[in-house]
Ligand binder design. Sequence first.
Ligand code: 6PG
Length: 473
Amino acid sequence: MANDKQSFGLIGLAVMGENLALNIERNGFPIAVYNRSRDKTDKFMATRAAGKHVKPAYSIAELVESLERPRKVMIMVKAGAPVDAVIDELTPLLEPGDIIIDGGNSHFPDTDRRTIELEKAQFQFIGMGVSGGEEGALNGPSLMPGGQKTAYAEIEAIVTKIAAQVDDGPCVTYIGPGSAGHYVKMVHNGIEYGDMQLIAEAYDLLKTGVGMGTEELHETFKAWNQTELESFLIEITADIFTKMDDQTGEPLVDKILDAAGQKGTGKWTVETAFDLGVPIPTMIAAVTARVMSSYKQERVAASKILTSTTTGKYDGDRAEFINAVRDALYCSKICSYAQGMALLGKASKEYKYGLNLAEVARIWKGGCIIRAVFLDKIKQAFKRNSELPNLLVDADFTQTILSKENAWRLVVQSAAKLGIPVPAFSASLDYFDSYRRDRLPQNLTQAQRDYFGAHTYERIDREGSFHTEWTDK
Ligand code: 6PG
């Protein structure tokens, strides 16, 4: 009987899978779940899923059997080979028209490959970015589904219900064909790296340059969260400073090793930006900063050799500098998002994703890691002009950034003077200064290329390509 069947199947009960399953069930969709190791399923059924409309399956065949048609099976396993392994196991059991959804952080070329393979076999495939961590998955993530529109229509009722809800709707929309969803999620993560690095630099300036302790850091970030910086990442940063270490009774943040890990989405964002020829210096700085942080031992050794005369403490007006750091953070953030949105714009054309950037900004307003009040302004900017070449030339952002420019320069200058590294703040400022320059020095670069390699150059006053014999030889 059809009504015995479950509306949705989910494979992979790690943190995200478990929470998404509970979210789907809570929203009125009976769900079947499967995990490779049976223990995990049993434990889930005995604890968080107890008494809920969750049907455990102990084989993929059993899972498939329990679903209404067209079947909707979501895969929540580690990106890469495990996704292919599950798809290989799943497809012989499915029928044409059934829908596979990959909800992991898959690399977009993999999603394109899977789309082609699965379409050939007459399955529908959705590559869906899911953001929001554990809490988001349970209570409302931001969802970025890409793939066939017909497949999206089949899952629309579910995804619109389980997504985070904001003032202008659920944080989900059909993103575009093929790998569009995973591409947008990857860029979301690149932006997330940028945001996190910018916040880390602000923290360093306040801690090292201003001499703030964790209590004052907490108060400062809490206050900043009442400003245009209001966002999930600023909020959790304020929280982090209040957490004490059980073992020492001291602030936990001070006990954490200063070496950040990464799983690859930031790096992929940088790679695709180079492939497409889009400058994203803030995100490059953020990825590089994580890599640099991992050289802990070398840095410790170098700190004893490369001693410098910089004092490390800011000696100007303290309150003014703190506000300047906030403004610099905001300006840098605007530049970072300008880069991210420009990258999406270029990818949309190149890969024919047909992205609606106002909608992308809208679905990032809630649920995801980069959720922020600020995203509404981005949405408005792209609503005013869907072909906006860069966020910086939207009148609203132009006005904001120009009004804070001096504070931003003061911070970057001071950081250089104090010897506090601010790679993302300065990359953002360089981006701003380069983008607004009508003439950059690459005329010289062209002259050099032509000089040593006859690579030719163009002229400012005549069409065509030119070569010069630069010496008499
Ligand atoms: C999200 C996060 C999530 C995860 C990434 C972070 O949107 O919910 O981006 O996908 O936190 O794995 O990646 P790193 O481990 O590379 O920092």
